[in-house]
Design a protein around this ligand. Structure first.
Ligand SMILES: Nc1ncnc2c1ncn2[C@@H]1O[C@H](COP(=O)(O)OP(=O)(O)O)[C@@H](O)[C@H]1O
Ligand SMILES: [Mg+2]
Length: 309
């Protein structure tokens, strides 16, 4: 008799412009130039917005695929190995001959704030025609960052054709192009800086202005202040759990990965936002960028302990 198969994990495709190797140092304070600083802790791990989101999907119980490019160098092999080790499907993570992989050195200070130095964009060709777009029909949600907008367009169009939710992490890049791409997604959520750069003022005023196209909800993550979003009718907000931040690196990436997974699981919008906000807050209590992204069981335990009674 065939054994009953395990329930199918929700599938999320995460598309990113760059997957990096991050060297992350924990320091008391970021000093002025020509100081020597002895770090209190040190982690080398993978980074990149959508790559971190894919890791969040995987650790929280989903099945993630990462679509993107790295260079054909040793860091590129490392990026791929780290994602594969998490269980992320890397069959559409291509090594580009003659290109370099992006590296970043990051200082995290005692308040959990970060100073990031990264190599410049590596000039990967924008052509997204090789993406295995037919796989979108088997996914439950898709996600893209702002670092490869041509890829994001192709992914969001395929998601719309297949009736799947699409999450856009609107953080960085050319404001006009980012705003245009956001309208192709069902759930664009911006960083505070990016939303400001769009030039529509405070979030309450800006969100109804950016809302349009295929949007079901357009929002902004506000760090310790949680999340604000517009659902086409009204402005809503979800506070962040109060924590002592140790490291906010990858908090936004984690938020968007957790949110895409929750939508893939079929959760209602406000439940998905509450889940993502709590998971991202827990990430901030742990050092090491991607290394601090919680697993589902760890998160459930932490969350249960925080509830009174
Ligand atoms: N100091 C903090 N306290 C609690 N949660 C936080 C804190 N900083 C970040 N978060 C969580 O991470 C999410 C994303 O953080 P944010 O700083 O807005 O992202 P980004 O770095 O991409 O701009 C927030 O919405 C919140 O859920
Ligand atoms: Mg971010």
């Amino acid at each position: 008799m065939p054994t009953p198969s395990a329930p199918r994990k929700p599938r999320v495709i995460c598309l990113g412009g760059s997957a990096t190797i991050d060297q992350i140092f924990l320091v008391d304070e970021v000093k002025q130039p020509s100081a020597k600083i002895m770090a209190k802790d040190f982690v080398e791990t993978g980074g990149g917005m959508a790559a971190n989101a894919a890791v969040a999907v995987q650790r929280l119980g989903g099945q993630a695929s990462y679509w993107g490019r790295v260079g054909d160098d040793e860091p590129g092999d490392q990026v791929i190995a780290l994602l594969a080790h998490e269980g992320v499907d890397v069959s559409s993570l291509h090594k580009l001959a003659g290109f370099r992989t992006k590296l970043a050195s990051i200082l995290i200070d005692a308040r959990g704030e970060r100073l990031v130095v990264s190599s410049q964009p590596q000039g990967y060709p924008p052509d997204p025609s090789w993406l295995p777009i037919e796989q979108v029909a088997q996914a439950d949600a898709v996600h893209a960052d702002t670092r490869w907008l041509a890829g994001a367009h192709r992914l969001f169009d395929a998601a719309a054709a297949a009736g799947k939710p699409s999450v856009f992490d609107g953080d960085g890049g050319d404001p006009e192009q980012v705003a245009a791409t956001a309208r192709l997604a069902t759930h664009p959520f911006f960083s505070e800086t990016m939303l400001q750069a769009l030039g529509f003022g405070a979030p309450e005023a800006a969100l109804p202005r950016v809302f349009g196209g295929r949007n079901v909800a357009a929002g902004v993550t506000l760090g310790a202040d949680g999340v604000m979003w517009f659902d086409g009718a009204r402005i809503r907000s979800t506070p962040a759990p109060k924590i002592r931040p140790v490291d906010t690196l990858a908090a936004g990436d984690t938020w968007h990965g957790a949110f895409a997974l929750a939508l893939a699981e079929g959760r209602a919008l406000d439940a998905a936002i509450e889940f993502a906000t709590a998971v991202a807050a827990m990430k901030c209590t742990r050092f090491g960028g991607r290394a601090g992204i919680p697993r589902r069981e760890e998160f459930e335990r932490w969350w249960a302990q925080r509830r009174p009674g």
